[in-house]
Design a protein around this ligand. Structure first.
Ligand code: FES
Ligand code: FES
Length: 397
């Protein structure tokens, strides 16, 4: 048995593995990261694809001991990744999955294409995805989804990253002895993984929410323009899926509602919020509370934002810190991962709508749809918890 050092989704770990153990088995069996799927187990189907030092690799034919020192990113590690969030929205919209078995591996390979391809070339996308087999959907929706994300990002001025951010030559994961190379050229915009930039922060003088997380998105407009948009509550509400404003009693106060759909259920949180803005550092904060009358669920939260100039001030990264507390029946089922997934979907749609408003292509009559929590994931989560509880009861104290 060998003890090896790995960084998995940003956390350093030291699993003990046999020389013959594959990386996928370590992740699934020892770390419970079952989002990495196993299909053929001999390097053909691509279901087990993950990122090794930032590059896609097949974990079913990669020996764990050969990865000592490598950084491993599984699909669970892309929860807050900007490109993965855009791909998830596009896959849903384009019906690019049915059973979903191939999807984690497909997203890994697709993310690499979004990062590297200069433009949405269908042939290049099909070649790039040819190592990922989907047994039930067909590839039309998948290719359309990947093309749409590439086209949208290039239109927003986000350049392809030459070399896909890789800094060494040689097989992925083979850190020792690899030849270091400088990045070919800096990207106009880097990828966002949580924690890679100075985000906004929650105000501790307000009631601190129970849960918090960071998010960011990129808009192809100057920071001052985006900050000004954030000062127009009605326009902003029009960009925010499911939000309506009913009244603006004072310039720093809004009243309104947000609809959220959870599978077949829907909740409408009505409430009010205070908005603080600081033009000196292009930051702001919204602090509010709301309640859904039907489910008797209450929420309170803070969202703070800061506009960070990128690409010589021609584009803006909007850094968000989001905090929320939920109490009531819906709080029982809205676990962290689902809320984050919902937030990343909302953020992606919100970013696209902001962009359309800023470049004048938004349709003023269009109202963004409320976003949905993933009902299937919700049901699976409940089933998993029940099975775990049953197993514990059977095992005894
Ligand atoms: S399970 Fe790894 S390529 Fe099929
Ligand atoms: S969605 Fe079922 S295998 Fe691809």
């Amino acid at each position: 048995m060998n003890k090896i050092q790995l960084t998995v989704n940003g956390s350093a770990i030291e699993p003990t593995v046999e020389p013959r153990t594959h990386l996928a088995d370590v992740l699934r069996d020892q770390l419970d990261l079952t989002g990495t799927h196993l299909g053929c187990e001999h390097g053909v189907c691509g279901a087990c694809t993950l990122l090794l030092d930032g590059a896609p690799a097949r974990s079913c034919i990669t020996l764990a001991v050969a990865c000592a020192g490598a950084a491993v990113t599984t699909i669970e590690g892309l929860d807050e990744d900007e490109i993965a969030a855009e791909l998830r929205v596009a896959f849903t919209r384009e019906h690019a999955l049915q059973c979903g078995y191939c999807t984690p591996g497909m997203i890994m390979s697709a993310r690499d294409l979004v990062l590297r391809l200069d433009h949405a070339d269908e042939h290049a996308i099909r070649v790039g995805l040819s190592g990922n087999l989907c047994r039930c959907t067909g590839y039309v929706g998948i290719v359309r989804a990947v093309s749409a994300v590439i086209a949208a990002r290039r239109q927003r001025g986000i350049a392809a990253v030459i070399g896909a951010g890789r800094t060494s030559l040689g097989p992925v994961g083979s850190q020792p002895g690899a030849i270091a190379v400088a990045p070919a050229r800096p990207a106009a915009v880097g990828i966002m993984l949580s924690g890679d930039l100075a985000l906004g922060s929650l105000d501790p003088s307000e009631v601190m929410p129970a849960k918090s997380f960071d998010a960011s998105f990129t808009v192809n407009a100057a920071p001052e323009q985006v900050f000004a948009l954030f000062g127009q509550p009605r326009t902003l509400a029009a960009c925010f899926p499911g939000a309506t404003i009913t009244d603006i009693p004072t310039p720093d106060r809004i009243e309104g509602a947000i609809s959220v759909a959870i599978g077949p259920l829907s909740a409408i949180f009505r409430g009010s919020a205070r908005i603080d803005r600081n033009a000196a550092d292009l930051s702001g904060r919204l602090v509010g509370t709301g309640r859904d009358r039907l489910s008797r669920t209450s929420t309170s939260g803070q969202i703070s934002w800061r506009m960070l100039p990128i690409d010589d001030g021609r584009a803006t990264r909007v850094a968000l810190a989001i905090g929320y507390s939920l109490s009531g029946p819906l709080a029982q089922i809205a676990r962290d991962g689902l809320v984050r997934d919902l937030a990343s979907r909302i953020t992606t749609t919100f970013a696209q709508n902001c962009e359309r408003h800023l470049n004048g292509t938004a349709d003023p009559t269009e109202t963004p749809e409320p976003q949905r929590l993933n009902a299937l994931a919700l049901l699976l989560d409940v089933a998993r918890k029940r099975l775990t509880g049953l197993a514990q009861r059977l095992r005894g104290p």
